[in-house]
Design a binder for this molecule. Sequence first.
Ligand code: FSX
Ligand code: SF4
Ligand code: F3S
Length: 382
Amino acid sequence: MENTKIFSNVKERLDTLSQLPKVKENRSINELMQEHGISRRDFMKWAAGMTAMLSLPSAFTPLMAQAAELVDRLPVIWLHMAECTGCSESLLRTDAPTIDSLIFDYISLEYHETVMAASGWQAEHNLEEAIKKYKGRYILMVEGGIPAGSSEFYLTVGPHGKKGAEHARDAAASAAAIFAIGTCSSFGGVQAAHPNPTNAKPLSKITDKPVINVPGCPPSEKNIIGNVLHYIFFGTLPSLDVYNRPKWAYGIRIHDLCERRGHFDAGEFVQQFGDEGAKKGYCLYKVGCKGPYTFNNCSRERFNQHTSWPIQAGHGCIGCSEPDFWDTMGPFEEPLAERRYNTLYSIGADGTADKVGVALLTVTAVGIAAHAAIMAFKKDKA
Ligand code: FSX
Ligand code: SF4
Ligand code: F3S
């Protein structure tokens, strides 16, 4: 579809949404931003960044700002399963609130165990009421792996002793859209790591409804909010990869936009943490970076308002947004050299990326071989 047609469709959708009553009477997002010292200019800059991140032309920026102003029209239910709450923390734990975290505050969060005041009977009642009241309208976000089958009892929650899997199934049944937030909910994650004592499963194995996976341990605040805005914009599933990850966020490899990539291509590697190469910002492949096998936008978007990300901080990517990363990407501080061909051919990431990966990993081998030859030559000279 051409852009003008998409533009008018989105505009129409946003105008319809703006006619809906606010789920809660709250202040406008503009007031909230002002209170936190965020100017309209900053907000529009943020909207432009979000528009680019969703791979839309810059003409959509005013619509993105409008979409952010409308997040209070959609009720959100957020469930916690077996996890560390890092996904929620990724959004909420900042010393100065970011625009993403303010938008999350502004969302009509009907149920979220970390931030709500209610507990016990009251909390369970609120959840049931929200599911009834907003049937077919709410967005369900689930964080954490889910003990399944005869092991469901490992996650027994609340005063009625309801199992996590039952909560997830019931909430999924009446949701308008379902997001698995984090690698645990998307793929099982740490909970499902061998020997998976609680038989933890991803959300997609608990419900038959379509689930959009937003992996990362944790995912960035941008990827969480970006998915909400995408849904407000289009009201449909985004284009997904073979693991049901939105392509706008997970369609690129960490390695392809990494700031250390020049060093990789030049065969300049950190040999061990703290060495001269580490001080010079060389490539972390030899100390275990899994960026060549990992699809996520961290190297482009970074975390905490673009401040930093794992590789900038000096540690390799551990592949946290890939299925079974805990079992397949370890040891985290050693390269996967002997497994790289298996990884490419047997897991079945999308075809084009595989071909690109094959070519680039050949370069890896060449890069390392060239580097080894140079080192050997230097030794001979010494
Ligand atoms: Fe933790 Fe979320 Fe990792 Fe899992 O993030 S950051 S263990 S993806 O479910 O809380
Ligand atoms: Fe960056 Fe890792 Fe690739 Fe090196 S191997 S260029 S550190 S992603
Ligand atoms: Fe995870 Fe790698 Fe990004 S470890 S946070 S996918 S850099």
